[in-house]
Design a binder for this molecule. Sequence first.
Ligand SMILES: O=C(O)CCC(=O)C(=O)O
Ligand SMILES: [Fe+2]
Length: 299
Amino acid sequence: MADRLAGTFAAEVKELTLDVNVIEDLGRTVYEKYLEHKVLVFRGQDISAKTFAAFGTIFGRPEEHHLIKLRHPEEPTLSLLSNQNEPGRNKEMKTSGQGWHSDYSYKLVPGSATMLHGLEIPESGGDTLFADAEAAFAALPEERKAYLRTLRVRHQYRWSPDREDPWARWKYIGPEERRQTPQISHPLVRRHPDTGRETLFIQPRVIGSVVAVEGLPEDESTALIEELIAHITSEPYVYRHRWSPLDVVVWDNRCVLHSATTKDLDERHVRRLLRLTTHGQPVTPSLPEVGHSRLCPAV
Ligand SMILES: O=C(O)CCC(=O)C(=O)O
Ligand SMILES: [Fe+2]
């Protein structure tokens, strides 16, 4: 039923049209395949926005996007990703998702599943990259794993170490949205709530929403973040999805990083996708004594 697409993860599910019956009858099976492969690809899905929204319920409770401007007019749990000048949007929104990240890692309860449905896809460019953070952790020496399990990492939506434009990500959110995104501390090594497997929960400081590893001098924290990201995003753990129109791709943010490659995509090459995310669970640390996710004092 599912063909492996990369070395450690990602699979294509063949001969399945995501209609209402399949969603009802095979939802559990699809969810199990998703836990096994972490990224699932379904090609040629000529389905309505409503059916895509229904598909999302297989993976949890759909979450409305906090950026209201991104929301779909009829299906509030869907948003539209586009590299075009859509009415009422800022130009930063055209390249959102650029750089390695796990969705909503800057929230107290980060994201669970994210899925995209390709509506308009350019001839070339605009691929999405995925990295298996779970397999990358599993491959580390035992001693290194033991040390990493003791650490915590601070995340924040506004974080940007770009001195030229340190508030880049805040420019297009409103005062209420800003109040809702304080600094959050998560364990660096988390346990998957369904499979119990351990994974690294980290992303880059540049573009990504990581501020620092707690308790380390800044240079050591930066070096550790860079080392871990280089490892997770190295060739053995990466899958590159080349989009075709009507592809549906779903991934598990609890163990996978992803990155859009839309930054250099020329606007004449239209890229539009529908998106849905589901509510996550509080982050469970690998070692209970490291503690769960918490809110940091205001900075
Ligand atoms: O546009 C893409 O390829 C991915 C965007 C992204 O990061 C997301 O939808 O969470
Ligand atoms: Fe994302």
